[in-house]
Design a binder for this molecule. Structure first.
Ligand code: JQB
Length: 233
């Protein structure tokens, strides 16, 4: 899988060189590259922003550097359905990113993350991107960030770990057990008593049916208490 990210803060993406993605990169399963949007400007000050038409506070990202970046990164070769790149605009106005979104995107060959800053990007950039691939506007949740980089890193990590070979099979099976729409059960390791705090005795009983029931009950109870919305879905 190829993943590109376009940003004025390309250094944020160095976080992805650590562990998970770094190993997948070295083995050739993943080809990730962060691009500096300012490399696609031509003026002395490498300007990427301008004032909004119609007035209002703050600055917007001007379209020209984005157009040049897309032309460079997305060669318009005859792209078929699944080979068509997906261009993801991280945006507080997007659909909310879910585990199902990660699974969908993990099937694709080429993802391009467009990470805005300031008050966002000139809307024509989204229209232009649609001539180069399938466009999605995606948010990581209902809170306000200063830009799209942190959101893109979260999405890339969630997507990449689903790509076969990125992590060991043992670990990918763990993910399966958590995609049942319930929160995780609490987990314990050694020692069995730590600072006077005991591990629930059922986990030491060796009774596998009782352990499975206890864990499932814990999942349902936790979900009911903190995320009842997940139970109606
Ligand atoms: C600029 C972003 C997010 C990208 C995701 C999430 O554009 C804005 N509009 C209102 C408030 C703040 C901004 C700043 N901004 C580009 C940009 C915010 C993404 C973002 C996001 N994905 N919150 N904020 N969940």
């Amino acid at each position: 899988m190829r993943i590109d990210a376009i940003s004025i803060f390309a250094d944020y993406f160095q976080a992805l060189d650590l562990s998970l993605l770094g190993k997948a990169q070295a083995s050739g399963i993943l080809d990730f590259k962060a691009h500096d949007l300012r490399d696609y400007t031509h003026d002395k000050h490498k300007t990427v922003d301008d004032t909004p038409y119609g007035g209002g506070a703050g600055m917007l990202m001007k379209p020209e550097p984005w157009g040049e970046a897309f032309d460079d990164i997305l060669s318009d070769d005859l792209n078929q359905t699944d080979d068509r790149p997906v261009i993801i605009f991280t945006s507080p106005a997007g659909e909310v990113f879910k585990q199902a979104t990660a699974h969908e995107l993990a099937q694709r060959k080429h993802l391009v993350f467009a990470c805005g800053r300031y008050e966002g990007i000139d809307q024509r950039v989204v229209e232009y991107a649609a001539t180069k691939g399938e466009v999605r506007l995606i948010s990581i949740g209902d809170y306000v960030l200063n830009g799209g980089e942190v959101a893109a890193i979260a999405m890339i990590e969630a997507i990449a770990r689903l790509v076969p070979g990125v992590i060991g099979n043992a670990e990918s099976l763990i993910e399966e057990s958590h995609s049942d729409g319930l929160l995780e059960y609490p987990s314990y390791t050694k020692p069995s008593v730590w600072r006077g705090l005991e591990v629930p005795p059922v986990l030491l009983s060796g009774n596998h049916a009782a352990i499975a029931k206890w864990r499932h009950d814990q999942q349902v109870e936790r979900t009911r208490q903190v995320r009842p919305d997940l139970l109606d879905e």
